[in-house]
Design a protein around this ligand. Structure first.
Ligand code: ATP
Ligand code: MG
Length: 352
């Protein structure tokens, strides 16, 4: 098999984690007889500061023919976050109908959770976040700016296609895992969009009689992510709530630096995109201490999506074995003093 992968290292530590892991990914795949061709794109905030756009106008056309996209991170202190989001991530996720953002939170053996009493394997949940609409729909407007009667409107949009896609993916995952799905909304306060969402969950649920559905409001759900994360298995949530819940999921699993993320186009018509949950983290940029695990696990999820299960598993288990080994190098965010390159190099010597 052979795959063409578009690589967008992006900004800040995005570059560092991609640089440290890209050859490992290619070489590991080669060991399994899989040929990976990578093409790098220098899109991101530096390009915006020089040319006024994070990616070229025909960016989507350029990416369309690739089998998958790997993204490091985008974000820059001199570029407003909404500009970064609206100029790169949203055009890609929306343009390629990447309705599904799947984010596992897994507490690895050897990694310390800030939650008391939790150790390796105790936290093993996966959040299915709607990825193309909801509160990120970019619908709204502002009037009378600077005056006392100023108004800002921000609408959330829930389409049947976008909602069904994420809900179906979550039910499928629940079927493959423990058969439990938690639907997290705020339907008491969001009476149109989220009541519709709940109805879709009920409708699609009828096709999955073996899955037990639990319903939680997001305030209680956030509390329970901290109080009893071991009781969650598959969670489905809107774009904004999924974003917030997965940051909690990341930190209770030890560090934002180890959490992987996916942006999946369910029809397979367009490429899907894989990236760590963390951002560009300019506070540690250039120090060479960014944890590469989030990127590595995202690569594992990419191989899983490409149905290269053996490579996906080798990479995931390799990272797991390394984290479980008290002698192995680890970055400061998880209590070590090693560099990004130390960690990647050690993993190479374990896997290749
Ligand atoms: P962005 O604006 O792109 O979201 P950010 O500055 O908000 O970036 P995040 O990546 O969201 O930063 O991370 C928040 C904090 O978590 C960072 O300031 C950093 O210290 C820490 N962090 C994030 N990712 C990693 C990583 N891979 N390794 C080590 N620490 C990390
Ligand atoms: Mg951030």
């Amino acid at each position: 098999m052979s795959y063409d992968i578009a690589v967008i290292p992006g900004d800040g530590i995005g570059n560092e984690v991609v640089d440290a892991t890209e050859s490992l990914m290619v070489d590991l795949a080669a060991d399994y007889g899989v040929d990976i061709q990578t093409t790098e794109f220098d899109w991101g905030s530096e390009r915006y500061l020089e040319e006024g756009a994070l990616m070229p106008e025909d960016g989507l056309g350029t990416l369309e023919d690739f089998d998958s996209i790997l993204l490091g991170a985008v974000g820059h202190p001199e570029v407003p976050d909404h500009v970064t989001l609206r100029n790169l991530r949203l055009p890609i996720t929306k343009g390629f109908n990447q309705h599904i953002c799947k984010r596992p939170s897994y507490l690895f053996e050897g990694v310390e959770s800030p939650l008391r009493g939790y150790s390796g394997g105790d936290i093993d949940l996966v959040v299915y976040r709607q990825n193309t609409e909801g509160e990120y729909a970019d619908v709204g407007g502002r009037e009378h700016q600077g005056f006392q009667n100023e108004v800002a409107v921000q609408s959330a949009v829930y389409t049947r296609e976008g909602t069904e896609a994420i809900v179906r993916a979550a039910f499928e995952a629940a079927t493959e895992r423990s058969g439990k799905l938690t639907n997290i909304t705020k339907s008491n306060a969001q009476a149109y969009g989220m009541v519709f969402w709940d109805e879709v969950v009920e409708e699609i649920g009828e096709e999955y009689p073996d899955v037990t559905v639990e319903r939680l409001l997001v305030d209680a759900g956030s509390m329970d992510f901290v109080r009893r994360p071991d009781e969650f298995d598959v969670v489905v949530a809107s774009n904004l709530f999924g974003d917030i819940l997965t940051d909690i999921g990341g930190i209770i699993s030890g560090s934002l630096g180890i959490a992987p993320s996916t942006n999946i186009n369910p029809s397979g018509e367009y490429p899907s995109m894989f990236e760590p949950v963390h951002g560009s983290a300019f506070d540690i940029m250039g120090e060479g201490i960014a944890n590469p695990v989030g990127m590595l696990l995202s690569m594992s999820l990419m191989f899983e999506h490409l149905e290269e299960e053996d490579i996906a598993e080798a990479l995931w288990n390799g990272v797991g074995d390394q984290l479980a080994d008290p002698e192995a190098p680890r970055t400061p965010d998880i209590g070590g003093n090693a560099t990004t390159l130390d960690v990647a190099g050690d993993l190479e010597s374990r896997l290749l």
